[in-house]
Design a protein. Structure first.
Length: 428
């Protein structure tokens, strides 16, 4: 059934692209894909007709659904027939976006080949690969996974554009694999589009709340100040830089780009600061988790000043294969430095707890649970006090947003602020 579904969706989506010929922007990487897609859409939407990947529709089913402009039919045969019919109608419609921003996820060998066969980008972005990339479970090595991801730029022509994270050495070196024009982005010297003079208002103890990051964005000798309200993670700045590079490749200037960013917000579940019960603050980073992203989140927790204690609620990072134990131990090491309490959820995260204790972290301040519901209730009833700051992070299936909902001051805003609040998720 799935194979037939893929074939039909693929055929329809190819026909749509052949007819309408939109500019295709493809985004891949181990972290930051969805945030980058959102940032690109935010910058381009007021100047161009744009459609973006919804949620995590980044695979062999999700990608054609984005091209068609539909959501899943949830295994209903009648529902899928309606999707096919509407897709066929889109082939002949005159109303179609000029730009598609497509997230291209890779879980196993040849995934990228399949996606590129469906939709060949004109602009390809690699957000990051990292020392310990995610989704290595079905690959022989991280190097093999990196090779799969970089296919997104190796097929570009000389008139296309590759946008690459200069700070990630594996991504930087991948520039040798493409004939396309390149724009690099990052924080370190050498990046063509560079964020410099970063400043994070990281003091919650004054009662005024955090004001987010400010920095200078530089490109080809020009610079402009950028202020990102309510953005507290460098990962989100990388997403903005990648999006800005994309806009530059489409002839937007720095002033135009900066004007679009005044109201930019991180997507749900990506390092959002939310008021908690009992006069506390929550860093909701529950969309997903990888080693690189979790280390980044813990560094933010470490940096922020608060009048109370710091609590790290951390769940399993999945799809790491042979790297699972080592990666979780690394998280345990940093968590022992960043937090006053460590709460883990899941079997693999017990390595976070044990590593922190082995490094001298107080054993009576480490607690492990097998599900997020129990962990959330424990934090609420046994740990939380006024002024505390709580980081909440884990892989999607660990459902750590349930802890955020349990601890947020206004749970009635969960649908507005949190990931996975739909009816289909309530049944899981």
């Amino acid at each position: 059934m799935k194979s037939l579904l893929q074939k039909i969706l693929g055929l329809i989506s190819k026909k749509i692209l052949k007819k309408h010929k939109p500019i295709i922007i493809g985004v891949t990487g181990s972290v930051g894909k969805t945030s980058t897609v959102e940032a690109i859409y935010h910058i381009l939407k007021n100047k161009f007709s744009v459609r973006k990947t919804i949620g995590n529709y980044n695979n062999e089913i999700g990608l054609p659904l984005t091209i068609i402009g539909e959501k899943t039919a949830n295994r209903s045969i009648i529902g899928w027939l309606k999707v096919f019919n509407r897709g066929i109608n889109k082939i002949y419609s005159k109303d179609y976006p000029k730009i598609l921003v497509l997230e291209m996820g890779v879980d196993k060998p040849n995934d990228m080949d399949y996606l590129l066969n469906l939709a060949k980008p004109n602009i390809s972005i690699i957000t990051a690969i990292g020392k310990r990339p995610v989704h290595v479970e079905f690959f022989k090595s991280p190097k093999e996974l990196a090779s799969e991801k970089t296919k997104i730029i190796s097929n570009l022509s000389s008139t296309d554009t590759a946008i690459l994270n200069y700070d990630d050495i594996a991504v930087r070196l991948s520039a040798k694999q493409t004939k396309a024009k390149t724009i690099t982005f990052g924080f370190i010297k050498g990046a063509e589009l560079q964020a410099d003079n970063l400043n994070l208002n990281a003091d919650l103890s004054n009662g005024q709340g955090l004001q987010g990051y400010s920095f200078k964005m530089r490109y080809q000798g020009k610079e402009i100040p950028i202020r990102l309200k309510n953005i507290f993670s460098k990962t989100q700045i990388y997403a903005v830089l990648a999006a800005a590079a994309c806009a530059i490749s489409m002839k937007m200037n720095l002033v135009e780009i900066s004007e679009t960013l005044f109201d930019y917000k991180a997507p749900k579940g990506r390092m959002n600061l939310i008021p908690g019960i009992k006069g506390t603050y929550l860093i909701d980073d529950t969309y997903n988790a990888s080693p690189e992203a979790t280390l980044s989140a813990l560094n933010v927790l470490k940096e922020i000043k608060t009048s109370g204690r710091k609590i790290a609620c951390l769940a399993d990072m999945l799809e790491l294969g042979a790297l699972t134990i080592e990666a979780h131990k690394d998280i345990g090491k940093l968590a022992s430095q960043a937090a006053d309490y460590i709460v883990t959820v899941g079997k693999a995260s017990e390595y976070i707890a044990s590593q922190a204790i082995n490094l001298g972290f107080p054993k009576d301040k480490v607690f492990s649970f097998q599900n997020s519901e129990e962990a959330g209730l424990f934090v609420q009833n046994k740990i939380l006090k006024s002024g505390d700051l709580v980081l909440i992070k884990g892989s999607q299936s660990m459902r750590m947003e349930k802890i955020t909902k349990e601890l947020m001051a206004e749970p009635e805003k969960a649908l507005e602020l949190l990931v996975r609040q739909g009816i289909e998720w309530s049944k899981k």
